[in-house]
Design a protein around this ligand. Structure first.
Ligand code: MG
Length: 206
């Protein structure tokens, strides 16, 4: 099992970070030790600078697959939820400026927060028609629709599978919309998909 994360998949988010809109999907990996399961508090890492939330639609893959055509890609998705791709932003910006890999800023323990409610893929599920919303301490900070993804989920799966074999249990974080921002001890983060709360996590006080 592995965690594959897509970067810059909403134009407004790429813009807020001062990044260009990619011509092809950008992806990176987190190790399984990054998973933070429901009920566990978010523990901020020993990394200087801002730690930011990125709310993302997360899909679970349930088969082995390589070189999947786009028109068959959604057949690999068993279920979906919301997740937080927590990011040590200050450090990531330093790494980016030096042309270094992002893992130190992205792959730390507990940096992949998973929703407590997982919804099954059905014949009528349209992954590109969800509203996605993050509330921090009751205030909406991220709100968008998955229709605004630059690369829809099927294209992401097909693209990644050209390079990496997908395996049952893999998680694909599909990128965050605009509105990312810092978290601090005591913050309560709630993720909503079409108004239904799927994710609820609290940041531990240091
Ligand atoms: Mg992200």
């Amino acid at each position: 099992m592995k965690i594959i994360c897509i970067g810059r998949n909403y134009a407004d988010h790429a813009k807020e970070l001062g990044s260009s809109v990619p011509a092809e999907p950008v992806f990176f990996l987190k190790p399984t030790t990054a998973c933070l399961y429901p009920g566990q508090p978010i523990v901020l890492p020993p990394i200087a600078g801002e730690i930011e939330h990125e709310l993302e639609l997360v899909v679970m893959i349930d088969s082995y697959a390589k070189d999947v055509p786009v028109n068959m890609a959604l057949g690999l998705v068993a279920s979906f939820t919301l997740g937080l791709d927590l990011t040590a932003r200050t450090l990531q910006n330093e790494l980016k400026a030096k042309g270094l890999p992002w893992e130190k800023a992205k792959a730390w323990d507990g940096s992949a927060v998973l929703g407590e409610v997982e919804l099954p893929m059905t014949a009528s599920t349209d992954l590109q028609a969800f509203s996605i919303e993050l509330k921090k301490n009751g205030q909406t900070v991220q709100l968008d629709t998955t229709a605004h993804m630059i690369f829809p989920v099927a294209e992401l799966i097909a693209y990644v599978s050209r390079f990496i074999t997908l395996e049952p249990g893999d998680l694909l974080f599909t990128g965050t919309p605009a509105g990312v921002g810092p978290i601090v001890g005591g913050d309560v983060l709630e993720g909503f998909l079409n108004g239904k709360r799927l994710l609820n996590a609290t940041v531990a006080k240091g």
